[in-house]
Design a protein around this ligand. Structure first.
Ligand code: DLL
Length: 433
């Protein structure tokens, strides 16, 4: 399969009927097969018979990451462990990790939505894809792999890391598609130059980048550096992995496969829906998954959603790029700070790189301090102190204007900030909150 024309271009009214049918079966399925859901439904006094259409979804309770951790390992599953053919784990900072498992049909679904995504990004069956997302418990590598298999691409499963080898493989086999985190893609440009490769001559012409937040400015930087089309892919392990939504070549929002993943956008504080086009927390119900179906799962990711038709002809609703998280947002001296705001400023300043790290600390006077380490060009770093100081002040002034809090800026040499071959670590919070 290359894409699913029937479901991806279905008139909205028909789509709604399909979603309704699927929700009715889902409510019955989890109630009958997962004691955890039965209890949860009973607690709020709702049963499968109350669910007659997709509009009834609001009667059902939300689920969240804590529910998954508390029922670790298999409490939220609707199928016995013996029906699962694969298990993945999403890393967490505290407590139990989040375990997800797939039946054979779930893996087929994953392959299909990832194939839809690769096609949406512009891949064609004759293409070769280099998959530099990590393979293993992380869902990035294998998810992209199943989609590429489904679509019939030639796969180079390099996984993440060993950058020089990635570059050699790119030069030798000339893949047109690259799948990895956006920060790793930029990181590879440094190594390319170091070994004498001009990134603009690389064979990669389409990037399928996700797993971490990245801004429009970072997109331009990647596109200019590598002379490629950089598209955004979104997903999360709990729902399926990568392949929940993906940008088409118009790059005007991410097409969310709502025939299988039903989206709602809510106000994170009240749980109530927000009007179309407004920012809120993305909540997803997996309409057809078998192993660990999730009902109204709170992703904590902030987006807006539109049902306006797209120029590409797909009717699926589109989300904005992920604008932040309800939980990763850092609050400093009472002000909400999103790392993406800082990235945006840096990308607009000549000589700086989007490699940065925020270090937040709480001093003796109980005042939070924010230090921003920013990598700058070699050329600037070896310049006179006076010029470096001026650049530091410029960055400081611009960031303070955007964040409305005082910060210190420290310029550091290229490659000072620890690189990740997976998701970039942007914030070090030393406060004991
Ligand atoms: O990151 C799945 C994935 C792999 C998506 C490869 C795309 C590509 P988790 O490790 O469970 O799964 O992390 C999910 O990462 O809730 C978002 O906060 C963040 N995230 C994923 N994609 C994007 C994106 C994978 N395109 C969490 N933009 C999600 C911003 C993203 N954030």
């Amino acid at each position: 399969m290359i894409w699913n024309e029937k479901f991806e271009t279905m008139p909205l009214e028909e789509l709604k009927n399909l979603q309704s049918e699927r929700l009715v079966s889902l409510a019955r399925y989890v109630y009958d097969n997962c004691p955890w859901y039965k209890r949860k439904f009973n607690d709020v006094g709702v049963g499968p018979a109350d669910i007659k259409s997709i509009d009834d979804i609001v009667k059902l309770p939300f689920t969240n990451k804590l529910d998954m951790r508390d029922s670790y390992p298999f409490g939220l599953f609707s199928r016995p462990r013996t029906d699962l053919v694969e298990i993945h784990v999403s890393s967490g900072t505290t407590g139990n990790p989040t375990l997800v498992g797939y039946t054979r049909d779930d893996i087929s679904l994953w392959g299909e939505v990832m194939a839809r995504s690769l096609c949406c990004a512009g891949a064609v069956p004759d293409d070769t894809i280099q998959i530099a997302y990590g393979y293993g418990l992380f869902t990035g590598g294998l998810g992209a792999h199943y989609g590429a298999m489904e679509m019939g691409l030639t796969i180079i499963p390099t996984s993440s890391g060993q950058t020089k080898r990635q570059l050699k493989i790119m030069q030798d086999f000339q893949p047109r598609i690259l799948a990895c985190t956006p920060s790793y893609c930029l990181y590879m440009a440094d190594d390319a130059r170091e070994i004498g490769i001009d990134p603009r001559t690389a064979s990669w012409k389409i990037g399928v980048f996700g797993a971490e937040p990245w801004s429009e400015s970072m997109r331009s930087e990647i596109e200019q550096t590598w002379d490629m089309l950089a598209t955004d892919i979104y997903g999360l392990s709990e729902i399926i992995g990568p392949g929940v939504s993906q940008e088409c070549t118009y790059k005007d929002g991410l097409h969310l496969y709502s025939d299988v993943f039903y989206p709602e956008i809510i106000d994170p504080d009240t749980g109530k829906p927000v009007p179309e086009g407004q920012d809120g927390e993305l909540v997803i119900t997996t309409l057809t998954k078998q192993g660990i179906p999730l009902i109204r799962y709170r992703t904590r990711d902030i987006v807006s959603l539109t049902y306006e038709p797209c120029k590409c002809g797909r009717t699926s609703p589109r989300t904005s790029k992920i604008k932040g998280r309800t939980d990763d947002m850092i609050v400093v001296r009472g002000i909400n700070v999103f790392p993406s705001q800082i990235e945006h400023v840096l990308l607009g300043i000549e000589g700086t790189h989007p490699h940065y790290q925020l270090v937040i600390d709480r001093g003796a006077h109980k005042l939070d301090s924010v230090e921003i380490m920013v990598e700058v060009d070699e050329r600037i770093f070896s310049d006179e102190i006076k010029r470096m100081h001026a650049l530091e002040q410029k960055i400081k002034k611009e960031i303070e204007a955007v964040l409305s809090i005082g910060v210190t800026v420290r310029l550091v040499e290229p490659k000072t900030i620890a690189r990740s071959e997976g998701k970039a670590k942007r914030v070090i919070d030393k406060r004991q909150l």
